[in-house]
Design a protein around this ligand. Structure first.
Ligand SMILES: Cc1cc2nc3c(=O)[nH]c(=O)nc-3n(C[C@H](O)[C@H](O)[C@H](O)COP(=O)(O)OP(=O)(O)OC[C@H]3O[C@@H](n4cnc5c(N)ncnc54)[C@H](O)[C@@H]3O)c2cc1C
Length: 370
């Protein structure tokens, strides 16, 4: 019979929760650890993302967040290799890079270039003539292209692999939603679910967009809300584009190996409303086809929506609770949680094991009095 007492309970079954479990169990194989949460929640960000590993296209300031994301990108190849070995699930990862066509970032072209130069980010400018040769399927009026050394992962395979690895390493996976906590003013004792109560010495709250609801059940206020994204996946041959395309109107993420291209995405303040609007999807495809014309006629494989967990200051909330001695948070990874996964897993497992050398104050739950 399954016991209901653990060393650590992680609440949340997305890439964040499972990657912490993976790292903790690699570091301390004897830990009795449970991951609670619905592993296929239809709005979970981890399966809804495009899988771009894009610290350089996404950040425009050299702050602690940028450093964190940059390190995470560098950890990706070894992380995926280790994960595949344990989970025996293939994770499609490409480090071929991203491109920004002049046409889609016109106003920001000079800023981006200056930022890449200042920060020693590996990049190249491909003049228009080169672009025609290298990328024959790109729209003829794209202009020059800025290439930057970034990555792309199939985030659904990543999530599958993390779930399989947690299980393989001995985590107890419990498909149940937490509805409340057993706690006093300084300690959390247990969690309440429809299938009973579970107890542990330490707890991690890794529930993405649902984190403020759980914080409320603990009597604290976490200013975090979902930012909805609608997107779709189109059937296109892999050879049409070997890079991820970034633009301010749209992005195009090749999932490779016959899985087509993901086109995204909206940024909507629409609560937990899962509705996908056909006209919005058609608008995304039309914008993307301005860059890669073959997308206009490509069959739509699927369209969906997902929720990005966004804290008020758009920074992740990672670390030890200031209020409860045995509670830890890892949430608020917003637009870049897939990118942050490897570094976040190291950061959080070191926090839990008491070996973290340099906590980042900007990420601390204490900034919200949590
Ligand atoms: C449209 C879209 C595109 C994106 N594109 C990218 C991208 O290209 N690159 C990138 O790096 N990032 C991207 N992101 C962001 C990234 O997906 C997220 O930051 C990341 O997946 C967050 O992971 P998570 O595990 O914290 O949250 P989630 O994946 O949302 O998982 C939350 C988990 O908590 C569980 N849960 C919720 N409530 C409870 C409860 N009461 N009890 C128990 N469990 C509970 C859920 O069931 C779920 O298992 C994108 C996100 C979206 C929505």
């Amino acid at each position: 019979m399954q016991s209901n007492r653990f060393d650590i309970i992680i609440i949340g079954a997305g890439v964040i929760g499972h990657s912490i479990a993976f790292r903790l169990l690699r570091a301390e194989p004897g830990l009795k650890l449970a991951v609670l949460g619905d592993p296929v929640n239809s709005l979970m960000a981890s399966r809804a993302a495009a899988g771009m590993l894009a610290p350089y296209c996404e950040c425009d300031r050299a702050d602690r967040f940028f450093d964190f994301c940059r390190t995470s990108l560098s950890l990706y190849p070894a992380f995926v290799q280790e994960l595949q070995k344990i989970s025996r699930v293939k994770v499609t990862l490409s480090m071929a890079g991203s491109i920004m066509p002049y046409k889609s970032v016109e106003d920001q072209w000079e800023n981006r270039l200056a930022f890449f130069r200042d920060q020693n980010i590996p990049h190249e400018v491909w003049p228009e003539n080169d672009v025609r040769q290298r990328l024959p399927y790109l729209a003829a009026d794209c202009g020059p292209v800025l290439w930057v050394e970034e990555g792309q992962v199939n985030n659904r395979c990543l999530h599958d692999a993390l779930v399989a690895a947690s299980r393989e390493l001995g985590a107890c996976l419990i498909d149940a939603d937490v509805t409340g906590f057993v706690h006093d003013t300084t300690q959390v004792g247990g969690v309440v679910t429809a299938s009973g109560e579970y107890f542990a010495d330490r707890f991690v709250l890794a529930t993405g967009s649902w984190s403020s609801q759980l914080a409320e059940a603990l009597g604290v206020s976490l200013p975090l809300k979902p930012v909805k994204g609608q997107m779709c996946r189109l059937q296109v041959e892999d050879n049409r584009l070997p890079y991820t395309v970034h633009g301010f109107l749209t992005y195009i993420a090749p999932w490779r190996e016959g899985n087509g291209f993901v086109v995204g995405s909206t940024m909507e303040d629409d609560g937990f409303n899962p509705v996908v609007q056909e006209e919005v999807i058609q608008g995304l495809i039309a914008d993307a086809a301005e860059i890669l014309p073959c997308l206009a006629e490509a069959p739509v494989i699927e369209s969906w929506s997902g929720l990005r967990p966004a804290a008020a200051d758009r920074m992740p909330v990672m670390g030890k609770s200031a209020r409860y001695a045995n509670l830890f948070y890892s949430t608020g990874h917003y637009r870049n949680g897939i990118l942050q996964t490897p570094h976040q897993a190291d950061y959080m497992s070191a926090t839990l094991l008491g070996t973290l050398k340099e906590p980042v104050p900007e990420f601390s739950p204490a900034r919200y009095g949590l």
